[in-house]
Write a protein that binds this ligand. Structure first.
Ligand code: MN
Ligand code: MN
Length: 315
């Protein structure tokens, strides 16, 4: 059975997708050694809003062995891209809650060309076989096999996902390896993000102690301080259940940075908000590459985060 996606919904996805690829292309040309990460995040997020969208999550800038969930902290003013860095930038845009999720790796290290190439190829091959009725594990198989052929490993505990309205992870997981226990299939009328992560390390990530990204976990709560209640209300109002970071709260919350961090931490301990720790390759000296596109599965496949859209599908 083919579920037809509402035309208005498709339009919103396409708009979110176009904003995402425009920002992605801007970032790819802007990134170079010396660029300040904090400035890059501020510029990219401002550009999303200027183009008529909202960030669906804080801009992720993950360098070298860091794989995901790293966004610049307010006091990381001096952190820059260095010569030799492999930089993953992951961009989320939503229009009325409909999310486009896309990522690109920009390398300033010639020795890692093949690693970058393998992740790019894994995504292209995945997109060439995706469609209604295709098993999630078939995508995982293609990604794992591509990584292996280059002598690398796909990261097993990171994967693609279905997308819902105001939901980055809407239930389905698209594995980055041939997971034989994963029996799910792509369904018409749904949006998915496909995101191979490939490394020259151990092939899995671990949580680091650093946290910069959070999301609201509960909307009903009691026994909160006045300050906590005010912050939670503000988060619920502005971001709903989408991920956010301290940069986004700093001005409006009207709290000094240390008070803001203390309040966020105490809300984490009370299970009101959840944290997304920075994820790092288990081998801290390794490098990780990632590419990601968002697709709408219909009778055809629309790659909304790529300007060539459905054309690319027929390659
Ligand atoms: Mn992403
Ligand atoms: Mn994603």
């Amino acid at each position: 059975m083919c579920i037809v996606m509402d035309e208005e919904v498709v339009k919103k996805y396409l708009k979110a997708g176009e904003i995402a690829w425009r920002v992605k292309y801007f970032i790819s040309s802007y990134l170079r050694p010396g660029v300040k990460l904090l400035k890059l995040a501020d510029i990219a997020e401002a550009m999303i809003k200027e183009l008529g969208g909202q960030p669906a999550f804080p801009l992720n800038i993950s360098i070298n062995s860091i794989a995901a969930h790293k966004t610049p902290l307010l006091d990381e003013v001096g952190t820059i891209v260095e010569n030799g860095d492999v930089v993953k930038v992951d961009i989320g845009v939503h229009v009325d809650g409909y999310i486009a999720d896309t990522a690109v790796t920009v390398s300033f290290n010639d020795k890692l060309d093949l690693l970058i190439e393998s992740a790019k190829e894994a995504l292209e091959k995945s997109l060439s076989i995706i469609g209604s009725g295709v098993r999630f594990s078939s995508i995982g198989s293609v990604i794992e096999e591509t990584a292996r052929r280059y002598g690398f490993k796909s990261i097993r505990n990171l994967g693609g996902h279905s997308l819902g309205r105001y939901l980055i992870h809407a239930g389905d997981v698209i594995p980055n390896y041939n997971d034989v226990f994963q029996l799910g299939k792509f369904k018409s009328g749904k949006a998915y993000a496909i995101e191979p992560f490939i490394s020259n390390g151990k092939g899995y990530v671990v949580e680091s102690n650093e946290v910069g990204i959070y999301a609201l976990a509960k909307t009903k709560f009691k026994k909160l301080t006045t300050q906590e209640t005010q912050l939670v209300n503000q988060i619920a109002d502005r971001f709903k259940t989408l991920p956010f970071c301290e940069r986004w709260l700093a001005h409006e919350a009207g709290l000094p940075i240390n008070t803001l961090r203390t309040t966020l931490n105490s809300l984490v301990l009370k299970n009101i908000i959840m944290k997304y720790p920075v994820l790092q390759e288990a081998l801290s000296t390794s490098y990780v590459a990632q590419f990601e596109e968002t697709v709408l599965i219909r009778d055809d496949v629309l790659i909304i985060t790529n300007p060539k859209g459905s054309e690319l599908r027929s390659l």
